[in-house]
Structures are given as structure tokens and as C-alpha cells.
Write a protein that binds this ligand. Sequence first.
Ligand code: NAD
Length: 476
Amino acid sequence: MKSFTNTVDGRAVPSARTFESKNPANGEAIGLVPHSEPEQIAQAIASAKAAQPAWAALPDGKRREHLEHVADALKRNATYLAEWVTREQGKPLGGLGPDQVPGALFELAGCEAWTRVPASLELPVETVFEDDGRRYEVHRKPYGVIAAIAPWNWPLLIAIWQIVPALRAGNTVVIKPSEYTSIGTLEMVRIMAEHLPPGVLNSVSGPGEVGAALVDNPQIDKIMFTGSGSTGAKITAIAARHLTPTTMELGGNDAAIVLADADPAAIAMGLFWGAFINMGQTCAAIKRLYVPESLHDAVVDELRKIATTVPMGDGFGAGVVMGPVQNRMQFDKVSRLVEASRRDGGEIVCGGQAREGAGNFYPLTLVTGLADGAALVDEEQFGPVLPIIKYRELEDAIASANRLDVGLGASVWSSDVAQARAVAVRLQAGTVWINQHGAIHPMVPFGGVKGSGWGVEFGAEGLKAVTQPQVISIPK
Ligand code: NAD
């Protein structure tokens, strides 16, 4: 079986210890991933540290040029990398057209877009105040070395969100992918690094302890973390010891509220993809759907029609729209929450029973009859099961949406955009969509509130997040 390597200082670095990466569609081992040793982690950080001053000192246009070459390389290698995403993460190969599945090729198209857009952005020197005596300029300086730690759901795209703005602003990076989806990211880093000076982009790999060793190093100047709240808390505790700044993109439990004037048939497809994109394994996906009594049965019926006809299977199969759950831990969590919903009085509209076999296939599952407080409503399922909760008064639905300690995304669905907007501004979430859910854009800041984290990514705000302001006070 092929052993994959990390990239450090522009070179391929194997490790004596390795572990298998598995295809979630059939349980087969697909490659060996290096388990980075402590000295290798230190080496990767040292290489990023050594490369940073020269990278930051490059003329702005030069860094932009490097990133344009990186974007071109991502485009050229899109199929190769997308196949790794399907083989390792499970999402169907898919594509980016109106009739295509938002799968692995869609993820790679996102990687290119989220490289080209930050490459094109600038953070010019700003004059924030001047009077007769002085002019005050704000300059944006890179932090230095950024440690990036990524999850397994959109493994390449989320890595790009962490890497590219950091590089654009003159930082260097050491990234650790999830141990469940390392190969695709290690291969992407290898390809990207071919178009960057040695040491500018480095990787390490392994389980959580490798991530902990990476962030627990005084040479790290900022931490970008995307993953669960519990891991985010551990990293924050380490960061506190070193006073290392962090950006935390954590879990959510996004509520969608359907208003009484919505047309169930018209919104069903949007609700469906809002909840089940990537088998529901998406940070900002609909995880609780609140529907007025008057529309409840019609909305459930429309969603059931879609959920029971969507083909599920190995992501390389022709016509496959839904793949497996990425790993057994997540699969068991989905199974547990569906069982809990049965005990909580929920009715399983469709799905609800894991498929036999080696793959992690769990059918798309809709559950009705639950109330706030049920485990499936209150916990982030991060998988292919959606609770649909009836409400009587809109005020109750708004209170329900806001009652949890997380706030990544939310959405409001209505035929009257002005009315939907009035509800949207009352929801506690980093982004609230109207008549869609989860649509992100490289120019638009994205991040959570409450337990969903702090700091934003994307756009000029995201670029600022990987820089520190420096004020220069100039006499006239
Ligand atoms: P996770 O927290 O289990 O793992 C994320 C990463 O952290 C992995 O690379 C893991 O190896 C590493 N890690 C684990 N323990 C560590 C430690 N002690 N120190 C340092 N690193 C450690 O999360 P996951 O299961 O991979 O991802 C799913 C979660 O991520 C969900 O809650 C989801 O909502 C969230 N998520 C959030 C966003 C967002 O933008 N807000 C995006 C995607 C996923």
C-alpha cells in the first residue's frame, strides 16, 4: 500500500510510524499516512519560521503571483484531488452544474475560487485620522507562523480557507489535516508547495495529539482551528498558556424557520440540500427545522419525496448523489441520536435504520414529533438525519432557534422577503440566510457566535484576521 508523505521545507517527509486511511464506502484501507513525531512537528514549525521573513518581504504582487500559480495547479489537479476526496471522505465525485451533485469536484472548484479571490484582495494602508499636526496610518502586518488544524467533512476546502488568506497576508503555515481524511490534504499541500518558496507551506499529520503538539509551541503566532467545540476548548487552553491568538470555527446546530406564508413545494429542494449536503456533515447545514402547524404535513411530505428517491452509494458510482457517513464514530453518533429520538416519542418518517455491510451507509432520515430538549434537537447530529419540529407561534420558533449555546448559521423561509428579514435579524447566528441555507462566498465573511466560535474567514475581514494592525504616526 502506498505511503504518503508530509511536505516540510519543500521536501517530502515520511514518518517511521504510519496509520491506514480507510474508504468509508467499503472499509478498505487506501493508503498509509505518516504519524508525525514531535521532532518532525518542531522541524515543520522551524521551517515555517525560517521562511516567513523573506515571504513577507516579497513585493505584494509577487505573493499574489505565487498564489495564482497555486490556483492554476489546483485547477490542473482537480480531478486527481477530487478522486482522493471521494475515496477518502466519501462524498460523490459530482460536479458544479445545475444538475450535478455538490460533491468532490464541487469542493475542488471551491478550492480554486477560495484561492483566486484572496489572491486578488489587498489590504492597503489606511489613513484613519489626520489633523494639522499628524497623520495616522494603519498598516496590516502578518502574524508570522500560522498553525492550521482542519476537520474531515470538507477536508480540502477548509484547509484552503485556512492556508490561502494566511499566505496572502505574508504568514507561513503548518497545517494538520484530520486523521480521517489526511491523504487528500497532504497531496494538495504537496502540489501547492511546488509553487511556493520552500518552508512557506508545510504539513504534519496524525491524530489529535499531533495537533496538540503543533499548537503547544511558542513559535506559533496564530492558530486557525476548525472542528468541534470540545477540541476547540482544549486548543484554547493551550493557546492561553502561550497567549497565542486564535480563530475558532466550531460546531453549530443551525435552525431553519419556515414562515406560515411559505410554499412547501417551492422551498423543499432548498431545505433538502440545506440539510443534507455532504450527508449532513457540514458545519452550516440545517440541523433543526421549525415548521408552522399549518404547513407541517406538506413540508414533511415534500422532503420525504426527495429523501426517499435520492440514490446513495459509493461516490464513484454513476448517478450517486449521497455517499457514506465519513467515519464510524460519526455513524454511531447518528445511530444513537435516531435511537434516542424513538425513545423521545419521535416518529421516523423515512430511513432510521443503518444499512448492513462494510460501508458507513445510513439512509437519509426524517424525524417528526420531537420537541426542544430531545437529544436529536439539542445535539449537533452532523449527519443524514433531520428533526422537523412543529410550532404554533412564530415567537416560540424564534425562541427555540436562539435557545442553544451555539450560533453558526440559521435560515428563514418565506414568500415575503421583508418579513423573513425581520425575523432573520432576531436570530443569534453568524450568518442568517433567507430562502436558502449554507450558501457561502469567498468575498463574504463567515464565522460563528456563542459556542460556534470567534473570528471570521473569507473576504477582506478574513484577510484582516490573519494580520495585526500597526499604527504609524507621522508628523506633518
Ligand atoms: P474534531 O474537533 O474532532 O477534530 C478537528 C481536528 O482537530 C482534527 O484534525 C483533529 O485531529 C484535531 N484535534 C483533535 N484533538 C486535538 C487536540 N487535543 N489538540 C489539537 N488538535 C486536535 O472535529 P471533526 O469531528 O473533525 O469535525 C466536526 C466538527 O467540526 C463539527 O462539530 C462541525 O460542526 C465542526 N465544523 C465547523 C466548521 C466551521 O466553519 N465553523 C466547519 C466544519 C466543521
